[in-house]
Design a protein around this ligand. Sequence first.
Ligand code: AGP
Length: 619
Amino acid sequence: MCGIVGYIGARNTLSVLIKGLKTLEYRGYDSAGVSFIKDGELNLIKKKGRVNELEEEVASLGFNLDEHKTNKISSGIGHTRWATHGAPSDENSHPHLSMNGKICVVHNGIIENYAELRKFLKKKGYEFKSETDTEVAAQLIEYYYVKSGNNDIEAAVCRALADIVGSYALCILCVDKPDQLICAKKDNPIVIGLGKNENFVASDITALIEYTRDVVFMEDNCYLVMKKDSIEIKDIHGEPVEYSVSTVEWDADAAQKGGYAHFMMKEMFEEPSAFDATVRPRIQDERIYLEHIPVDKEFLAGITNINIIACGTAYHAGCVGKFLFEKLCRIPTVCGVASEFIYSDPLIDEHTLTIVISQSGETLDTRNAMKIAKEKGSRTIAVVNVIGSTIAREADYVLYTAAGPEISVASTKAYTTQLGCMYLMAIKFAYTLGCITPEKYKEYHAELLAIPEKLKAILSKQNQIQRFASTQFNADSIFFMGRGLDYYLSMEASLKLKEISYIHSEAYAGGELKHGTIALIEDGTLVVSPITQDELASKMESNIKEVRTRGATVLAIIPERLAKNSFSCDEKFVIPDCDEIFAPILGVLPCQLFAYYMAVNKGCDVDKPRNLAKSVTVE
Ligand code: AGP
């Protein structure tokens, strides 16, 4: 939620800030702003709307945005917002200025005791221009800065942090210290990018990789003093904190659209290579290697049950994982959404293995759930995409998905690569436990390695989905219906459709429809039905008959071998054959394409759907 960027160096600061904000816009996009110190004066420009509108405003005020020309700015910060406290408006946009105009702050997170602090500051004579919790932080820092009378902004920040309850990534400018900026972090990410005689900060590495690959991931309860030629990280008592520099492998092009109309399209087209990069290096010499996760008989003997926790799309990947761990390993497994798990008094102990799944590695609900699991003694494995993210660092073991930067809010390649990790783990566990034969183990390797070519074959037929979507995009409501693994696939397909096309949609287990929802089927209702499981195909055929009898139009997503049967549906999208347990990896791609084309036909903003943000760091 919300994107922060900061820069000190000889480049055109405004160009670095605006470009960085555009890269981070997927984190929030209802307003944006920049603040910078030039010729000893603090400037503030902010606006409701997208970063493009801010860019126009900055240019119209006569500021030079040409990246090849320096603009002699001492330091600058920027923000793109996803509103929590106060509606999207110019006033509520960040940065927020303190009352004496000396201190400017951008913030991600939530200051929980902001009402109390606001009351306190009002009593001290402070006036507020916005409804935000962030303005409280700016005023509180000013209060301590002025009170101490010693021009020590660092001390004022530390003192203010001691009063603040909640989560924050704060980035602070003070006009009296034009050549530095201060950041503070708790439960919200801050990455520092190290350059030569220049330094950067941002909410995530995508905003930095154009300039540097050397990054430092800040830890919680620390603050940073950044100058162009130095960084110092300290704890809230002002004591220096050690840090390590990581090198990021992602290249800058990965965070660009590269000729595609939308990031989502580009990312769907990257699914074959992302899946390959996640799976292939881990299958060597007829074995599966899961880096440092010690999967041996002893490790597995200590596990009586598995607990998978995630949110949204990652949760749907977890549901497939649950199926696999039970089917292949016979380990009792539950998969739950993190926000429910946290308050469910979960049955977990040291014999439970907890697997959390998160693209961003920052989702607060997932992070909190993992904390609870750890407190109860469970070992934790995190399946994460963003390298060095908080969840990756806090888990006992991490298995990275090699999806590269995923910019579109709608998750696509992250999902298929999360599935890749689920299969790798379940197959490895099953073999180690002796639940599958060496022959089956090898067969499964071959199935996984064959997936990328099959995904490419699906992409080569995307026109069929495009054509079909062009006849259906006026639908008010669409049902997805499947059984077994196809039910989990339907859940993901339904989420994808609703989040980007705003069409109401529900996913149903085929057998459940007749217990209520079939009442909603009428002439022309669209039902999308993945049918990839041989044993369940005849049951699905009956379900399809039931809805067609009541006027539904049915799109079936079906593998070659089943497509040969004479299914009575209106449209068939045929996917390549594979062992049926791998079908969710192939079946999801036509559903993602379908959601995409429905949204495009409706004229929706595919990459930045309304009300959503990519990284959800509030509860
Ligand atoms: C997917 O398309 C979503 N935008 C959303 O459901 C997402 O999967 C969820 O918020 C979890 O995010 P994470 O993987 O970064 O934890």
